[in-house]
Design a protein around this ligand. Structure first.
Ligand SMILES: *[C@@H]1O[C@H](CO)[C@@H](O)[C@H](O)[C@H]1NC(C)=O
Ligand SMILES: *[C@@H]1O[C@H](CO)[C@@H](O)[C@H](O)[C@H]1NC(C)=O
Ligand SMILES: *[C@@H]1O[C@H](CO)[C@@H](O)[C@H](O)[C@H]1NC(C)=O
Ligand SMILES: *[C@@H]1O[C@H](CO)[C@@H](O)[C@H](O)[C@H]1NC(C)=O
Ligand SMILES: *[C@@H]1O[C@H](CO)[C@@H](O)[C@H](O)[C@H]1NC(C)=O
Length: 728
């Protein structure tokens, strides 16, 4: 018999094909947001089912990962960007669903009662019962069947620190949920670092936890879809998903994946879905979660740093950063570098510096060791410090190309750049008996140019539909301090800890969305996205352009940060918004070749695919304009429609900053909104280029302003001369 695999079938209401097949193998059925089931089927069975006209999609079960960072055990932060510590607006009454790995219980003191429209439950399980839910965490469910299907042998979850319940095993979910909607906690800190008032973006929002991700391996399509299905049923307003796949090219082909499908149906029901861009930067075309109905969030640094002094015996002091405080002795010790103390049998030229087992314990004992990491070797400070500790070393200085995010180690560890690393190295070579001291870090706020797009944050353009700008916006995601569950290995150290990743940026935007929703409950997900994108900022705390991290820093462009860095106070009052209906998204799917008749029935609308597919994507009413293939000597015209959500009787005029080498004309150049009747107006933007060479993307903007609001859309255009090959 052929090997069976878990296959997900999205079908139209209620229909079942071969009842026998279904009965024998059904794992989940989906009812609320959409209709379908996940079943164990052979490939032949799946293929024959796909033939039915009622079947919309057949997708295999697949594993996703949580997007904390490249490294799984990054120990990390929560910062509430001081910028969004705004107003008395607290997201009161909003329900944020977090599909993740959660949940440690949260205090509900001061929380308003549970909204009567709430239809969720508090599902019990290992170390989790109904007393774990309260007015803060109003619902919790867990989904493991799809994951279990993918594991070859049954595994003992408990042995891996996981619980068969909503209880958080790895901390990711607690961290993201507390970032989005944690209540005020006075004097939160990580061992005294970053001390201060901790709060989620929307402290009076309720949280509902959908645990579909498992610390020991990730999340699957089948479980994620079930989580969406239940969240839609339960009545969440917002969904935060810090989940994605590392290889966008594999799983994001034409949006046939659980996140794209689940979020499409959630969006159609008015739920705003926020997702992380991924941690595969700074390489371009790595952004994940690229469906146009998602709000996709890039990660930035904040204005806080943890400077750590390295003092040499000659009194020279160098600076690095670390999180190691309150648990190590900080005294002078001999200092050396890895090459001097490598084990004789470890002469593998390809070995990483300070690889586990590569150091000679006799030589390393009692020493601080300098390790160099190259761009290629993907070594991180935690594994290097483990190697040094195993060899008896007492500290690590880790020199690395620029990469954001700090980790704590079991021995003092300090991250430095190559310049500092090289200077320390030359000191060691010169000195007769080199010694050094690693001091504990301090917290310094407001003295750092920020934000900067994190090196690890995935970059656009989207490899699937480059005309849909991704990411949409950027938000804090480096060294974020937030709640963390205590564990046996990390007792008490939990509760608050630092993490880095686009996973941490995503719940910031979920929190801000709760604030927007509590002021504008009737805004569509597209309106909210538009408000976030068009009011975002492109300048940092020093007034200069926001930079993007990477081997070489550069000015951040829309493929690094979409519209820019979120600016919550302005997003509450954007002036104009670019709205999008479900029908528009359906036309977009049509243009990708979807069998639309079934989708239309799925969401109860009566539309047909427009025969004019060519400009559907370009004309999707996004708050951005991306033209991936403007041919020399031709003109491409796109249409956009804005809705006035500000004062009536406003007059907006267009401010155009054309991408270099591109001509950009807006018609009309003035939009007058009458006092009551005219709320919606359209305009056209024509792009042409006399450029005679094949180009790369160039960036500009279109801003509508009435003197009070600035409604800015990022613009990206690539001029092409040959169809053959495009170099991004
Ligand atoms: C729920 O769990 C708590 C703590 O784990 C325990 O004290 C309590 O008795 C449990 N309640 C029920 C109804 O099982
Ligand atoms: C380093 O500084 C200390 C304290 O300031 C001083 O006592 C010591 O002599 C200095 N050592 C050198 C080598 O300059
Ligand atoms: C470690 O270094 C000591 C001292 O130089 C040497 O005697 C020993 O053979 C080395 N061991 C290994 C495994 O290289
Ligand atoms: C946007 O479109 C949706 C769906 O058509 C509609 O409900 C909403 O009122 C529109 N405007 C805003 C500001 O959301
Ligand atoms: C609305 O506009 C009309 C025509 O421009 C003007 O006569 C009228 O006074 C305005 N009404 C208000 C309430 O501003």
């Amino acid at each position: 018999m052929l090997k069976e695999a878990l296959i997900i079938i999205i079908n139209i209401c209620g229909l079942l094909f071969n009842k026998e097949v279904a009965k024998r193998s059904i794992v989940y059925s989906y009812r609320h947001g959409f209709s379908g089931f996940a079943a164990r089927l052979t490939e032949a069975e799946a293929e024959s089912i796909a033939e039915f006209p009622e079947v919309v999609q057949v997708i295999p079960n697949r594993i996703y990962k949580l997007q904390t960072t490249r490294s799984w055990d990054f120990i990390g932060i929560h910062h509430q960007s001081r910028k969004n510590a705004l107003t008395k607006n607290t997201g009161k009454g909003t329900i944020i669903g977090v599909i993740d790995s959660e949940s440690e219980s949260f205090n509900d003191e001061g929380m308003p009662p549970i909204p009567s429209r709430w239809r969720g439950i508090c599902q019990e399980g290992e170390e989790f019962n109904s007393t774990n839910c309260n007015r803060k965490i109003i619902g919790a469910r867990w989904f493991v069947k799809g994951f279990t299907e993918e594991i070859v042998r049954p595994i003992n979850m408990t042995a891996y620190g996981e619980f068969l319940s909503p209880r958080d095993g790895n901390g990711h979910g607690t961290h993201t949920a507390s970032t989005a909607g944690g209540y005020f906690v006075k004097q939160a800190s990580y061992r005294g670092l970053a001390a201060g008032l901790a709060r989620g973006g929307a402290p009076l929002a309720h949280l509902a936890i959908y645990k579909a991700c498992w610390g020991i391996g990730g999340c699957t399509n089948a479980d994620l879809l079930k989580a969406f299905d239940k969240a839609i049923h339960d009545g969440v307003d917002i969904l935060s998903l810090s989940v994605g796949n590392a290889v966008p090219l594999f799983s994001y082909v034409d949006h046939r994946d659980a996140i794209a499908i689940g979020s499409f149906h959630a969006t159609a029901k008015g739920i705003t879905v926020i997702s992380s861009a991924g941690n595969d930067g700074p390489t371009s075309q790595t952004v994940s979660n690229t469906a146009p109905w998602l709000i996709t969030v890039a990660a930035t640094t904040i204005d806080r740093a943890f400077p750590t002094a390295i003092t040499l015996a000659n009194n020279d002091t160098f600076w690095g950063q670390s999180l190691d405080t309150g648990r190590h002795n900080h005294v002078f010790a001999s200092i050396t570098y890895s090459e001097r103390i490598s084990a004789a049998d470890s002469v593998d030229a390809s070995a990483k510096d300070c690889e586990f087992g590569s150091l000679n314990a006799t030589l390393a004992a009692g020493k601080i060791v300098v390790c160099f990491s190259s761009i290629d070797d993907q070594q991180d400070i935690a594994s290097a410090s483990n190697a040094v500790k195993e060899a008896g070393g007492v500290g690590v200085i880790f020199a690395q190309f620029h990469n954001d995010g700090l980790q704590s180690c079991d021995i003092p560890c300090v991250k430095v750049d190559y310049e500092v690393g090289t200077q320390i190295l030359s000191y060691i070579r010169r000195a007769r008996s080199p010694t050094a001291k690693l001091s504990p870090p301090t917290t310094v706020i407001g003295k750092w140019m920020s934000p900067r797009v994190a090196t690890f944050s995935s970059r656009g353009p989207s490899s699937l539909t480059p005309a849909v700008l991704k990411p949409d916006v950027a938000a804090p995601g480096v060294d974020i301090l937030a709640a963390f569950p205590p564990s046996e290995t990390k007792p008490r150290e939990g509760y608050y800890t630092f993490l880095s990743g686009t996973s941490m940026a995503c719940p910031h935007v979920a929190g801000i969305t709760a604030l927007i929703k509590s002021v504008h409950p009737d805004w569509s997900p597209a309106a909210i996205r538009s408000a976030l994108v068009t009011t975002a900022t492109q300048t940092g705390t020093d007034g200069a352009s926001i930079l993007a991290g990477g081997p070489n820093r550069k000015t951040a462009d829309p493929f690094d940060m979409g519209g820019g860095h979120v600016k919550p106070s302005r997003a509450m009052d954007p002036g104009l918004i670019y709205n999008i209906t479900s029908d528009d998204y359906i036309q977009y799917l049509c243009s990708l070749g979807y069998r639309i008749s079934s989708i239309v029935r799925l969401i109860d609308t009566q539309i047909t695919c427009s025969p004019h597919k060519r400009h559907v994507v370009l004309n999707l009413n996004l708050p951005s304009i991306t033209i991936p293939n403007l041919k020399t000597t031709t003109t491409v015209t796109v249409t956009r429609t804005v809705t006035n959500v500000g004062d009536s009787d406003s007059v907006y005029s267009a401010v155009v900053r054309a991408p270099p080498g591109v001509e950009m004309r807006v018609e009309p150049q003035v939009l007058s909104f009458g006092n009551t009747t005219t709320r919606v107006l359209s305009f056209k933007v024509a792009f042409s280029s006399g450029q005679r060479v094949h180009g790369d993307y160039r960036f500009g903007s279109l801003t509508w302003t009435d003197g009070k609001h600035r409604v800015r859309s990022p613009v990206a255009v690539r001029v092409i001369r040959y169809e053959a090959y495009a170099d991004v």
